[in-house]
Design a protein around this ligand. Sequence first.
Ligand SMILES: Cc1cc2nc3c(=O)[nH]c(=O)nc-3n(C[C@H](O)[C@H](O)[C@H](O)COP(=O)(O)OP(=O)(O)OC[C@H]3O[C@@H](n4cnc5c(N)ncnc54)[C@H](O)[C@@H]3O)c2cc1C
Length: 407
Amino acid sequence: MASRNPRDRCVAVLGAGIMGCCLALFLARRGIRVNLFDARDRPMAGASRWNEGKIHLGYLYGADASLATARHLLPGGLRFKALAEQLIEQALDDYVTTSDDMFLIHRDSVVDAARARAYYRAVDELIQHSAGTGDYLCDLRGRTTRELSPGELAAIADPALVTAGFGVPERSVQTHWLADRLCDAVDAEPGIEQRMGERVTAVHRCPRPDKHWEVVTAAGRQGFDCVVNALWEGRLAIDATVGLPRPTEWSARYRLALFARTPQALAVPSAVLGIGPFGDVKNYNGRDFYLSWYPAGLAYTSDGELPGGEDAVPAFDDAAVARATRDGLSAAFGWVDDILAAGAQTRVGGGWVVAQGRGPLSSATSTLHRRDAFGVSRLDTYYSVDTGKYSTAPWLAHSLAQEIAGG
Ligand SMILES: Cc1cc2nc3c(=O)[nH]c(=O)nc-3n(C[C@H](O)[C@H](O)[C@H](O)COP(=O)(O)OP(=O)(O)OC[C@H]3O[C@@H](n4cnc5c(N)ncnc54)[C@H](O)[C@@H]3O)c2cc1C
């Protein structure tokens, strides 16, 4: 495609989550015409709106001692702020957690405290030897993990449940705020034609000589020079219509969490209880919180069963999820009750997590503890993107836009 004038090309981007929106914006700003398809009425309505927004540096994947996951996640984490700010033309600073995450090792963690300590040191080293440490959401130059004293640990978590704790220089962004800004940016971009409310059912080779691929929806079929499949939960079904093979191992989970806004600011930490199927709390600005207790929020899980579209979103009882989330978290972190005290506005939200790997997180042998296989597959000018993580989407989108635009 590199030899043609960008303005002559039309690219179909399937899926208007963070991956599809970032890619559509990068392409349109290079003069390429984009049709952005999504089954929902508005962009950014799925997993990319309702997640905790951890901008990964690799610390979470302590069960992957090879550091392959950390290495795969790090470049996207370091570039997230600059690329996202370029797209939305606004600073992220007011919508980012302001202090280090407290990583706490549960007594039933799949990795014990000694191995976790060694892992965090290794990730510290990796970061310090990477380019762009000054570009992250906080300045990482010279910053390392700090082990909590027994007194500090006891102030955060029930000492009977945790074996060690570490302050980790990782940050999270408020995803629904960024979702609204990305919607604004897509709305303002004349080079993007929004095809909302259109469910894609197949992609085929195009019989027309001047186009390569045909995108099929209930409304009909249309030819494009290039197609990018960023459909996340719907991706593998459409790849199958093109003839791209499925990964040998993958799983689908529908995960829910509790989003809370308190009437007054609270001075409580952002904390992650790991490593395994436990939970976390994000304090973005003292009033806006993300609360997740993994078993309470797991509405669907399957090793190798594809969800069949929007109507496959599992039914769940908001009140029951909220109650179980609170119970699970407050057993470890008593201060969670302060967040959910009278007057807090709460909402249960979530989305699909489709990942290469399978097995319960409570098992050290689950291949979900390793996430170094996501990225882009290609068949001529058809690209399929396994976003992998929210935090890696702008970086993946940026490099894919460069490839498609031929520069
Ligand atoms: C509870 C939870 C917490 C998470 N926490 C983090 C975190 O802290 N950090 C992190 O990096 N990642 C996190 N993730 C993962 C992250 O949310 C995803 O990796 C990311 O949002 C995927 O982006 P996407 O654009 O590929 O998919 P999506 O945002 O899901 O977008 C895909 C779009 O495709 C549309 N679609 C699907 N099929 C079709 C079809 N056939 N036709 C038309 N449209 C279709 C959907 O409607 C959707 O809008 C979390 C996920 C969940 C659920």
